[in-house]
Design a protein around this ligand. Structure first.
Ligand SMILES: Nc1ncnc2c1ncn2[C@@H]1O[C@H](COP(=O)(O)OP(=O)(O)O)[C@@H](O)[C@H]1O
Ligand SMILES: [Mg+2]
Length: 361
């Protein structure tokens, strides 16, 4: 997949600017706070329908404006696609090839990207939230079914959690089984997808990790939680778990079991890496996961995604930088940095210089 161009209108610090990208390496340079990450964020938004850094889309509107637009054209194996998001204070409109879409799930996944920033380098050291986010975002991009199940699960979960905060216990006990029933259906679907995804991701991540560490370390991934094989059986098991934890949920006022609490198991040389391995090891493992994520798109979506490397090069040591660039040299990359010379070593690229939300030629 190749993104050909990107037009930002009243998006963050951009008034109106069009980026033209080339097939291989595209490098956005500029001093701090000029708009490099904002551009990367816009690409990510078109791929996932979600922002990277914020909860409320309205923060994406250029200060003082009431509508931000992100539009891009890409060449995919299905031909060329045009995607556009118009973002308003409290709502948004999503378009595919000029047609307004009713559901966000139809928008997500038309363009695929893997986003990599210093935040992702902490994927191993950080809490399970970040790892779930990683899973949710990358599986959503390749599976509409997952994307839909996740949205429904989240909505029912919110309703269940609200109910748990009610004072009227008899109302709670009467209504809870209804929510549990539905929650279990979507939870089981989420778990089945995650397990399949991790099964495919694990060997790719192991291989990437062996490549990045010259075969010194062995990385393996898995899913926390012991669930049966079949989706119906997973749902049954969850239903039993929901009712077993009902008392605790009532006491705490939120749902304490389910896929919103599960984690990815990550082991380096057989030992749990989460929170225990050295910082250097953790970074390399995170890099391996991300490299594997780019490769899994080839398997699941049938083509490589765009790789967005936001400010990560300066965080990696020289051998890792070189290995990373070498590994991804046949896919489109959008890389941001302050000094291209220090990270690229003369690699051929399309260089775009940004100053105060403008492209300077
Ligand atoms: N909604 C917004 N409206 C106007 N400017 C914004 C908005 N959001 C962020 N900015 C500006 O964008 C700049 C940061 O851009 P960013 O892409 O993160 O920089 P960098 O080039 O360091 O990656 C800051 O100057 C910030 O004030
Ligand atoms: Mg930045």
């Amino acid at each position: 997949m190749v993104i050909k161009n990107l037009t930002l209108t009243n998006f963050r610090n951009y008034a109106l600017e069009t980026f033209t990208f080339s097939e291989g390496l595209n490098v956005l340079t500029g001093r701090n706070a000029q708009g490099k990450t904002n551009c990367a964020e816009a690409v990510f938004y078109l791929c996932t329908g979600a922002s990277l850094r914020i909860r409320h889309d309205r923060q994406l509107l250029r200060r003082g404006e009431d509508c931000a637009r992100i539009a891009a054209e890409a060449q995919t194996r299905f031909g060329s696609v045009a995607l556009e998001a118009a973002i308003f204070e409290n709502r948004r409109e999503l378009y595919l090839n000029g047609n307004r879409l009713a559901k966000a799930a139809d928008f997500v996944g038309n363009m695929n990207s893997v986003f990599f920033s210093p935040g992702e380098l902490r994927l191993i050291q950080d809490g399970p939230d970040e790892r779930r986010r990683f899973l949710n975002l990358s599986i959503s991009q390749t599976s509409r079914e997952y994307c839909t199940a996740l949205a429904r699960y989240q909505r029912i979960l919110d309703q269940r959690n609200n109910l748990l905060k009610e004072r009227d216990t008899s109302l709670i006990l009467e209504t809870l089984p209804v929510w549990d029933e539905q929650l279990a259906v979507y939870a089981a679907r989420i778990i089945r997808h995650r397990r399949r995804y991790l099964k495919e991701l694990s060997p790719l991540a192991s291989e990437a990790h062996a490549y990045l560490t010259d075969g010194v370390e062995q990385l393996s991934l898995g899913m926390d939680g012991d669930y049966p094989e079949e989706e119906g059986e997973i749902a049954e098991k969850l239903l039993a778990q929901f009712s077993a934890s009902r008392e605790r949920d009532l006491r705490l006022g939120f749902t304490t079991v389910g896929p919103h609490r599960d984690d990815i198991r990550i082991a380096i040389d057989g030992a749990d890496a989460r929170g225990y391995c050295s910082q250097g090891q953790a970074r390399t493992a995170a890099l391996s996961l991300k490299v594997a994520e780019t490769e899994i798109f080839r398997a699941l979506a049938g083509e490589a995604p765009v790789l967005i490397l936001d400010d990560v090069m300066s965080e990696l040591d020289l051998p890792r930088r070189k290995k990373l660039l070498d590994r991804v040299k046949d896919i489109q990359c959008i890389l941001t940095c302050t000094h291209a010379e220090r990270v690229l070593y003369g690699a051929e690229c399309n260089k775009i210089r940004i100053r105060e939300g403008r492209i300077v030629s």
